[in-house]
Design a protein around this ligand. Structure first.
Ligand SMILES: Cc1cc2nc3c(=O)[nH]c(=O)nc-3n(C[C@H](O)[C@H](O)[C@H](O)COP(=O)(O)O)c2cc1C
Length: 196
């Protein structure tokens, strides 16, 4: 069973990736496979609103000259999806928004193809706006009939410089709890499925 995470940070291996890796430690300990896709330096074009995904219904975006369809395939192949983003002017980064818009619309055009996968959002900020970012990420899961997993607090981390989030013990603990809850949910759903 696999969980794929997307980090929308423009900085590779920054605070967002650090928090995701903290979740991964628990997932791996509970028998799950993990993959982190860092969107830094990758171009994902904005949605063109062409609605061709509703005509084609082939689980892919009609814009084929970037990596978006490969990322959709990773979502389809995984049982769990994590969307993690720094806060940029009070919201998700523009690359994360492009991923949300295009993968979200392709999912809607294909009978909510990500239905009942387990989703978790993680937001990072240096001073404010993280809760808004967290909400924006959760829109992707909640409109797509996915099951959202939580922690003992909202899944937020704080820090400005790269690596600063490591000083935020409360956030790290929140991520570990999130990892345990995600693993518990996935393992239970799939045991239940197997016994049916
Ligand atoms: C363009 C831009 C806008 C930002 N806007 C905010 C903001 O609105 N609120 C905030 O608290 N931090 C803001 N930050 C700081 C980042 O959220 C913070 O540095 C975060 O740790 C970056 O995560 P990363 O290390 O994964 O890149 C902004 C950073 C950039 C580059």
């Amino acid at each position: 069973m696999k969980v794929v995470a997307f980090s929308g940070s423009a900085r590779k291996d920054g605070n967002t990736a650090i928090l995701v890796r903290e979740i991964f430690k628990e997932l791996v300990q509970h028998g799950l496979e993990t993959e982190l896709v860092q969107l830094a330096s990758i171009e994902i074009k904005a949605c063109l609103a062409c609605y061709r995904c509703f005509e084609n219904k082939d689980q892919h975006c009609s814009v084929e000259d970037d990596e978006l369809n490969q990322f959709i395939d990773k979502m389809l192949a995984a049982e769990g999806i994590i969307l993690a983003s720094p806060t940029y002017i009070g919201d998700v980064t523009s690359i994360m928004k492009a991923l949300i818009d295009r993968a979200g619309m392709v999912s809607r055009a294909n009978d909510n193809m990500l239905r009942r996968k387990v989703g978790a959002a993680v937001a990072v900020a240096s001073w404010g706006g993280a809760i808004h970012t967290f909400d924006s990420l959760n829109h992707f899961f909640l409109i797509g009939e996915m099951i959202v997993v939580g922690s003992s607090n909202w899944n937020l981390g704080f820090g400005r410089e790269k690596g600063q989030v490591l000083q935020d013990q409360k956030s790290l603990e929140t991520m570990r709890t999130l990892g345990r809850n995600m693993a518990w949910l996935l393992n239970n759903i799939h045991t239940e499925k197997a016994s049916r």
